[in-house]
Design a protein around this ligand. Structure first.
Ligand SMILES: [Zn+2]
Length: 233
């Protein structure tokens, strides 16, 4: 298995082209990256399914599936929420869904439960993206990730806490934690974020009970305050 998942290796031509570029110290421009990626695409700019559908954790059967055409790069990229004229959803969220906080960070649950037993989001109170965090907050983030993951994995029915930061939708740092249920090895790895959307939502009272237990555990181990979540309803 590669470090990205089972069966993701094997793009010989593309890899060799990239290696040649970087050997010369010249990174691929967006247009060059696009042309390079299309080397493995069909005339409609669609990639093969052959790699991902080989993963034992892939949630779809290959029959009837096809990859969407690869879109050309968009430059400059559109603004994210919290950039330019777009307001920040995190700064305007108030206390909605907050289950734990200290003076610098808050941990929230979403209004609606989803397929994973628990999904929580860690954000700083102040408007920073990941790469903008001052060192003191960056240090605290590292410790908090460990303590939040430890609290989630202390739930008896949870095998793993998956940690993700993408940041392509909003400019205010938000780190996701997905609880992977015990025994469901088919839900291992990156595809849990997809399964979370496919599975029936867990009952709200069950989700809220898990959230409360995680928040209480976190407050005991790291400090801060357990919060009874409020909702904008
Ligand atoms: Zn913000």
């Amino acid at each position: 298995m590669s470090r990205f998942g089972p069966g993701i290796c094997g793009r010989g031509r593309a890899t060799s082209l990239v290696a040649r570029r970087y050997d010369n110290g010249v990174p691929l421009s967006p247009e060059e990256f696009y042309r390079n990626a299309l080397r493995d695409a069909d005339v409609d700019r669609r990639m093969s399914l052959s790699r991902m559908t080989g993963w034992e954790i892939f949630p779809f059967e290959p029959e009837g599936l096809r990859v969407v055409p690869l879109a050309a790069p968009v430059l400059p990229e559109p603004a994210r929420y919290g950039e330019g004229s777009l307001s920040c959803r995190n700064c305007s969220a108030g206390d909605s869904g907050v289950i734990w906080s200290n003076d610098r960070w808050r941990l929230t649950v979403f209004d609606q439960p989803s397929g994973a037993p628990l999904v929580v989001m860690l954000t700083p109170h102040d408007h920073y993206d990941l790469v903008d965090l001052p060192d003191d907050l960056a240090s605290e983030l590292g410790m908090l990730i460990v303590h939040v993951a430890r609290a989630i994995e202390s739930l008896s029915h949870v095998a793993r806490a998956h940690v993700s930061r993408w940041g392509d939708g909003g400019a205010h740092l938000h780190v996701f934690f997905f609880a992977r249920p015990e025994g469901f090895i088919q839900l291992r790895g990156t595809c849990l974020a997809i399964w979370d959307d496919l599975l029936a939502a867990v009952p709200r009272n069950v989700r809220d009970g898990d959230a409360r237990e995680v928040a209480v555990t976190l407050a005991k181990s790291f400090g801060g305050r357990f919060e009874a979540p409020t909702r904008d309803e």
